[in-house]
Each structure stands twice: as C-alpha cells, then as structure tokens.
Design a protein around this ligand. Structure first.
Ligand code: NAP
Length: 429
C-alpha cells in the first residue's frame, strides 16, 4: 500500500450514472482532495465492458480498460459502481483479499452477500465503506455506524426510495392514479422502464437490511425484511388518508422491541405533522430514534449521479487518508443476536377501510370482531354512501397476526360488505 510519498491509486469499476460523476469529481477536484487526504489521488483506471463505447468527455479515453483483474490488482482503493451481484462481488473480494480498500454503492450486494464482504475486509484488515448504498447523498451510514456508536438506536423510519416517494406525492397532490403517475415518471426519467425494484419495495428493503444491521449491531439480510410495495395504493386510499389527517409514504421500518428486531418495508400512514410527511417529490429522509440522542432527522437527495458521487467521494477521502497516513475504519459490529421477528410479531397501528351495510347494529358487530382478536379501536370515521357506509377504523397498537385474523373474520361476516384496504400507521402516539 502507499506511503505518504506515493499517490493513492483509485480504480473505478463501472462508468455509468454514478461512476462518471465520481471520475469527474476525482479529476476536477484533484488538488483539494490531495490536500484533504495528505497524498496525491491518482485515477488508476476505469473498468467498463466495452472501451469503444463513447463516454462523457470527462472520462479520459486512456483510463478505460476492460481488464478488471489487472486494474484491481494495481489499486490501493477500488470503487465499485457497477451494481448487481456478479462480477461486483468477485472483484470486491479480490480487492479486499489483497488488502485494498473498497468503496461501493451497491445496496443489493451488501444486503444479499454483506457477511462475506465484511468477513473478507476484517480478515485482510481492509476498509469497506458504503455511504452511498443507503439514501444517496445523505450522510447516514457514517452517523449510524460511528456517531451513534455510543448510543442505543431503538427505531429507524426511512423514506429511502425516491421513485416511490415521487409517485405517492404526485398521487396525493394531483389526485392521479398510480398508473398515470408511474407512466409520467417514466417519461420524465424519474422511474426505470421496469420500475419493479422501486415500486415493489425491494430497493428499500435492501437499504432497510443495511440500516438495521448497522443500528442493531447484528447481521440482518434481505431475507429477514418483510416487503410490500405501493402498487396496490389507490386514489381512494390517498383520499381517505387525507381525510384522516395523514399521508401515505413507503417506509423502511427497523425497530427494536422487547422480543427482538422487526425490519419491514410497506406503505404507511404518517400523520401530516410528522417530519416525514413533509418529504416531497423524490427526496429521501430518515428519522432515527436513539435512547440518549432522542429524535434525529436526515434529509436530502437519495439518488442521482452527482449527489451519489458526493457520498462516494467522502468515502474515498476517508479510506485514502488511512492509506496515506495509517489508520483504519470501523470493523463490522455484529456482536448482538436479537431475534429477527417474523411479520406476524410486528406491533403497530392500523387503519382498516371498509364498506358496511347502512343499518343499525353494524358498528357494534364490527367492533365485537376487533375485540374478539384483542385489537383495540382508537377511532372510527364514517363516510356515507348509497345503501352502504364507508368506515375507517384506526386501531391501537396490535400484533400483525391479530390484525390479520381480524380482517379475515371481517371479510367473512355479513356485517361487512367489503374490506377495501388495510394500512399500517407509524409516527402517531
Ligand atoms: P449504471 O448507470 O447502470 O452504470 C453501471 C456501470 O457499470 C456501467 O458503466 C456498466 O457498463 C458497468 N457494468 C455493469 N455491469 C458490468 C459488468 N458485468 N462488467 C463491466 N461493467 C459493468 O448504474 P448507476 O446508476 O451508476 O449505479 C451504480 C451503482 O450505484 C449501483 O450499485 C446502484 O445501486 C448504486 N447507486 C446508484 C444511484 C443512482 O442514483 N444512480 C444512487 C445510489 C446508489 P456499460 O457502460 O457497459 O453499460
């Protein structure tokens, strides 16, 4: 590895949206970066599949290479910005095994194969940094991993996917349907041609797994995260939320309870006066509750080439400082072993929206079904319709299993015509 006299050699793997902006910042800010690191920063090369494809002019043609192994083997710092599992995993392991530092933005790889990467980093005494993997430009991994290392994080509520926040926000503010907004988002480039990873909640689930692992000092993988997307949200759900003083957000929730940790992603009703309710458009925000610190809110751009590159560069400077001046970033902290709870054991509040026959005794019959399953009703809102009434019942905190059993019975009884939707509520006392 480098001495203080040697420049730190940086290999960039991938030259897409983020990789291009990382190269831009590395080259245009080289002097400042060198001053901050205490050694020169040298772009060793940029790995791409096809070196003949035209690239942004900021990327020197001579830096492009299709020989990833040689590039990795000659670098002090390997910056992985390809995405996906392979060949990113193999190249990162190759870099770590020879003691090079790794910076990556690859949430999917960390959530699925993180254990293997952390073990390789720890065995080699190499740095593994990934600030950009969760919520793009927002400093979040470092605050949770380092600044809150002396505190006990009890709960994280995060809007960590910009596409879904944009879709829900447009549905709320313009009264449009899910399909209309997604089509418009695709036209504007806010949503992928195949938006499944975003709207299905899978992107947020990977970030939830990473955040929960950091916050609770134990390994939480993608398989541990309950995941429900926003595809079933209707304009009626949005309108009912508005009428009850709430907005719908796709939240990543990671919380410690008396019995274990619960990690989940689902559309969630949030009261309009909660800080997360005011997060508009494609912005991200993460609300952290810690025993000593209390409530903390992190807000900013969760994606985009340049914002994400900012987080990547921050990591590059940190690991390059270690390369140049000695020192080492934190090891993986995984000493804890709380049970990762199944969704049935999640404890939260719910809003159940249903239509009931417009006749006396209906409300009592419905209430008795909730009571039979131990689910307390906190409030009832009635909306009149032709020959039926629309009801929104907000519950006290109850176990998911109890709520599910309640809804199954509601669907079976003739006291209820239809259960339209069930949404979880967070952020209300
Ligand atoms: P992208 O625009 O699709 O770029 C990916 C780059 O990696 C392309 O240059 C691509 O090569 C290259 N690549 C992919 N597979 C490869 C392979 N098998 N061999 C060689 N090169 C390969 O992706 P991105 O948006 O920059 O995202 C990069 C990473 O950052 C991902 O892990 C993503 O999750 C993460 N991230 C992105 C954002 C964002 O806003 N975009 C935000 C946070 C985190 P070609 O040029 O040949 O296609």
């Amino acid at each position: 590895m480098s001495t203080t006299a040697d420049p730190v050699k940086i290999a960039v793997l991938g030259c897409g949206t983020v990789g291009t902006e990382v190269v831009r910042l590395l080259l245009t800010q080289a002097e400042d970066l060198a001053a901050r690191v205490g050694a020169g920063i040298e772009l060793a090369g940029v790995y791409v599949r096809d070196t003949s494809v035209p690239r942004d002019p900021v990327v020197p043609v001579g830096a492009l290479t299709s020989d990833a192994d040689a590039l990795v083997d000659g670098a002090d710092v390997v910056v992985e910005l390809m995405g996906g599992i392979e060949p990113a995993r193999t190249l990162i392991l190759r870099a770590l095994n020879r003691g090079a530092a790794v910076v990556t933005a690859n949430k999917a790889l960390l959530a699925e194969r993180g254990a293997e990467l952390y073990e390789a980093a720890d065995a080699a005494g190499a740095d593994l940094y990934y600030e950009a993997a969760v919520a793009g430009a927002i400093p979040l991994v470092r605050p949770v991993r380092e600044s809150l290392a002396g505190d006990t994080v009890t709960r994280i509520l995060g809007i960590v996917n910009g596409t879904t926040n944009y879709v829900l926000d447009e549905m709320t503010s313009k009264g449009l349907s899910y399909d209309e907004v997604v089509a418009e988002a695709q036209r504007l480039g806010y949503a992928e041609a195949d938006p499944t990873a975003d709207v299905g909640g899978h992107d947020a689930a990977a970030k939830a797994a990473i955040l929960a692992s950091l916050a609770f000092h134990q390994r939480v993988g993608l398989d541990d995260v309950y995941c429900e997307g926003i595809t079933a949200i209707t304009p009626d759900d949005i309108q009912a939320a508005t009428e009850t003083g709430r907005v719908i957000k796709l939240l990543a929730v990671a919380e410690r309870t008396d019995t274990g940790v619960s990690v989940r992603v689902h559309p969630t009703l949030v009261p309009v006066d909660h800080p997360l309710a005011g997060v508009r458009g494609a912005f991200n925000a993460v609300f952290v509750e810690a025993e000593a610190a209390g409530e903390l809110m992190f807000y900013g751009q969760g994606a985009g080439g340049l914002p994400t590159a900012s987080a990547v560069l921050g990591d590059i400077v940190s690991v390059a400082r270690h390369q140049a001046n000695g020192g080492k970033g934190p090891l993986e902290s995984n000493y804890a072993s709380h049970e990762v709870l199944p969704m049935d054991a999640a404890l939260t509040r719910y809003a159940v929206r249903m239509s009931v026959p417009d006749r006396p005794g209906t409300l009592a019959a419905v209430a008795s079904i909730f009571a039979a399953h131990g689910v307390g009703i906190e409030s009832v809102r009635q909306m009149a319709g032709k020959g039926h009434a629309g009801l929104i019942l907000s519950t006290h905190r109850a176990y998911e299993a109890a709520l599910r059993a309640t809804v199954e019975e509601l669907r079976d009884t003739d006291a209820v015509k239809d259960v339209w939707s069930v949404l979880r509520i967070e952020g209300e006392l």
